[in-house]
Write a protein that binds this ligand. Structure first.
Ligand code: ADP
Length: 487
């Protein structure tokens, strides 16, 4: 299949979150499966043209792209995704994309991504490359499915092109005043209360993508179900429920070239399912780094996270009294909301031998914590997919999570599964977003930590699991085939 993949951020060129990881990895896996994939992203100020050897595409000439009634001159650059033959085309329009951040609150934020969306389509036209699929991601590309079905429907090139739209986080929707209809050249009659574009009186780019794409998906099955409920959907549940038959959940993959305790270059001792002794040595190293005493048989709980309410830090705060009474040590790596940074700093000052804290972003330390901790805590309020719990499984670091979104799909509670006579559990989870539920799950994990044969079984169950991109890419392949049938 010929697949055009449009995203506003792609690793290693520009990243603010998980979308960039998906956009850097999935196209490469699809290419390995034999597909012809081309990626499209904006050429931001921060994209290093020389480092990545980007080539100016003179054959495309200047593309005149009209936004808000003004024609902008847009150029194309080409590069490759690392270690692959996947071409990535950069949409170059300095007026819109040379800003301090990838996303802004500037008055023309709508125009920036109108420009991007139209340019993707016009670049495809100039490539004389008729894609089977245009895969759009998040609100920044939400207008593309509408454009293909309406503004550009005259072009026979797109006659058989199906669109797929993926939601990576429903919290960001791209909402703009009605004037955006003019800026984007969207027909006025498509905009009406409760329609496919309008939400709360505003033009909603995410809703437009969800309405007009042939098929839609999000990044885990449970998050897909949750998004059909008012609690999680940020207003989109009616639409998603209406499109339930076209709405899928596909869990993200992880990069085991980078996150694998057998080969990880960022940890002092490599280890594997066959021999876990290196893990204990990593724990000693990790504790040493934080000037904390190592005592055999005292479990170490790790946290690596944005310190945001989404990740459950209000719940941790409300449970601190009980949690700190357990005979365990804690190491926290993260940055974010000041109050949670202060909370952990204060704990460290009170009980430095029990709580180690690093405020900031530190990839090397993230690897060492995954390798050295016994338990990984991730009590998220909501979690579209989540990566750290998947890394933890591979590192034999038993995850304790709230049963939501991607956490529910990847972590099976040891006790719950035992109840059904299965010994396939790989972690511990709780449902209710309440301190008592969190404390109970941590307590159960700490209890089993001291039962060595059981603990090893739980660790190995996790280490055996495979969340490689190849598996997820095959699911996207199926999704594309289904989308094609809709055209
Ligand atoms: P989200 O994308 O919602 O922040 P995920 O679990 O999907 O959460 O991905 C978070 C990624 O960012 C993981 O790879 C994690 O290791 C990394 N990360 C988060 N905070 C830090 C930090 N302070 N230092 C290093 N890595 C971090």
């Amino acid at each position: 299949m010929k697949i055009a993949f449009a995203a506003s951020e792609v690793v290693p060129f520009a990243k603010t979150g998980g979308l960039a990881d998906v956009s850097g990895a999935l196209p490469v896996e699809l290419e390995k499966l034999g597909h012809d994939v081309k990626v499209f992203m904006p050429k931001y100020y921060s994209v290093d043209e020389h480092k990545f050897n980007l080539e100016y595409q003179s054959w495309a000439n200047t593309m005149p792209i009209r936004v808000a009634g003004i024609v902008h001159e847009v150029q194309l650059y080409k590069g490759y995704l690392p270690n692959s033959k996947v071409e990535i085309y950069f949409i170059d329009c300095p007026y819109f994309f040379h800003r301090h951040n990838l996303y802004t609150n500037d008055h023309d934020e709508d125009q920036r991504f109108i420009c991007f969306s139209k340019s993707v389509i016009e670049a495809i036209q100039r490539l004389l490359w008729s894609p089977d699929i245009i895969h759009c991601n998040d609100w920044q590309t939400g207008l593309i499915p509408l454009y293909i079905k309406d503004n550009y429907s005259w072009d026979k090139m797109f006659e058989n092109t199906a669109t797929v739209f993926t939601v990576h986080n429903i919290g960001y929707q791209g909402k703009f005043p009605q004037k955006t209809l003019f800026n984007a050249e969207i027909r006025e009659d498509l905009f009406y209360h409760g329609g496919r574009i309008e939400q709360d009186g505003l033009v909603n780019f995410l809703k437009t993508g969800l309405s007009f794409a042939d098929l839609i998906n999000t990044v885990s099955e449970t998050y897909a179900k949750e998004l059909m409920t008012p609690e999680y959907s940020a207003g989109m549940h009616h639409l998603l429920k209406y499109r339930e038959k076209d709405f899928y959940g596909i869990i993200n993959g992880v990069d085991y070239e980078v996150w694998n305790p057998e080969t990880d270059k960022l940890i002092p001792y490599n280890y594997s399912k066959e021999g876990l002794s290196g893990k204990e040595k990593n724990k000693e190293e990790l504790l040493k780094k934080f000037s904390m005493p190592y005592q055999k048989d005292i479990p170490l709980i790790g946290i690596i996270s944005r310190l945001a309410i989404q990740k459950g830090f209000d719940l941790i705060q409300a449970s601190l009294g009980e949690l700190m009474h357990f005979n365990a040590q804690w190491i926290v790596l993260g940055s974010g909301e000041q109050k949670y940074e202060n909370m952990f700093q204060a704990l460290h000052e009170q009980i430095p031998h029990n709580v180690g804290v690093y405020i900031g972003y530190n990839n090397d330390l993230a690897h060492l914590i995954e390798a050295g901790a016994d338990i990984f805590l991730m009590p998220s309020h909501y979690e579209p997919c989540g990566l750290n719990q998947i890394y933890s499984l591979k590192y034999g670091t038993v995850p304790v999570v709230r049963k939501t979104g991607g956490l529910a799909d990847t972590v099976q509670d040891w006790n719950e599964y035992n109840t059904y006579g299965m010994d396939t559990g790989n972690g511990f989870s709780f449902v209710e977003y309440k301190p008592a539920a969190l404390v109970n799950a941590v307590q159960r994990a700490l209890g089993d930590y001291h039962n060595k044969p059981i603990w090893k079984k739980i660790q190995l169950n996790g280490m055996h699991q495979d969340y490689s991109w190849e598996h997820s890419a095959r699911q996207y392949e199926e999704l594309y085939k289904k989308a094609k049938l809709k055209r």
